[in-house]
Design a protein around this ligand. Structure first.
Ligand code: MN
Length: 253
């Protein structure tokens, strides 16, 4: 866990944990916690969770590549608005993963979800593709900030499935959007909001699905960021650990 001073006397605490789970052979999730410049109190921060897909280690390759390209692109283009920088970074990462899939004699399917949160100048900015999630936890409770890009969640939003039916649906992992699958990418760039401490942001892959939103809130409220991230991963594993699970906890005080 790292603590550091942020703009306007805000302190940011970060916890991160990623685990293969109890069923899968390899961890295809990737994550990153970056700050630029490294030792500046007014630094910009970028947090990313990516959940890769594709056989024969392609998922691992896709998620790691996406996180690295996002870091490079986001911090390189400071003249634009933060939202535009995130969108552009997602588009560049999409192109890179798409190219990688087509490199060599045989096409290899590879793609990844990607959820990114940037803290810049006391504001939180987010961009998102796929079914990894971002939550905000504060005195009002827990709120999911991202929309799952899945067939099942579309049916839930249309009222065809209840939330509980959606959570247990056998096809709940079928994505409608992912990074690296097509030459172009539709990115959700969320409207920027002012950070109002104390607030905690949680980014996670869908491996955290066995843990309910209200339980995430309880853990984040009770524990410091690193312990909270580890506890949430342990809870997913205690409930079967059906998938790779990655949790980032970003607490602004
Ligand atoms: Mn997953």
């Amino acid at each position: 866990m790292t603590w550091w001073k942020a703009k306007s006397n805000q302190t940011v605490g970060v916890g991160a944990c990623s685990d293969v789970g109890r069923v899968r052979a390899a961890n295809e999730d990737a994550y990153g916690c970056f700050q630029e410049p490294p030792a500046d109190e007014a630094a910009e921060r970028l947090f990313v969770v990516a959940d890769g897909m594709g056989g024969h280690e392609r998922g691992e390759e896709a998620s790691r590549l996406a996180v690295e390209v996002l870091r490079q692109t986001f911090f390189a283009a400071r003249a634009w608005s933060v939202g535009e920088r995130l969108r552009r970074a997602f588009e560049v990462a999409n192109a890179r993963v798409f190219e990688q899939a087509h490199e060599g004699p045989a096409f290899r399917t590879m793609g990844t979800t990607c959820t990114a949160l940037a803290l810049v100048n006391g504001h939180v900015h987010m961009a998102h593709v796929g079914d990894s999630r971002a939550y905000r936890v504060d005195r009002h409770g827990i709120e999911q900030l991202t929309r799952d890009h899945t067939l099942v969640d579309e049916l839930r939003r249309k009222g065809v499935l209840t939330a509980e039916e959606a959570r247990r649906h056998p096809r709940r992992h079928a994505l409608t959007r992912a990074l690296g699958i097509r030459a172009t990418l539709e990115v959700d760039v969320l409207e920027a909001t002012t950070v109002k401490p104390p607030q905690t942001f949680v980014l996670c892959s869908d491996g955290l699905a066995p843990v309910l939103d209200e339980e995430i809130r309880e853990v984040v409220d009770a524990l410091p960021p690193q312990q909270a991230a580890e506890r949430l991963v342990a809870m997913a594993n205690e409930r079967g650990g059906p998938d790779n699970v990655t949790v980032l906890v970003v607490a602004v005080q």
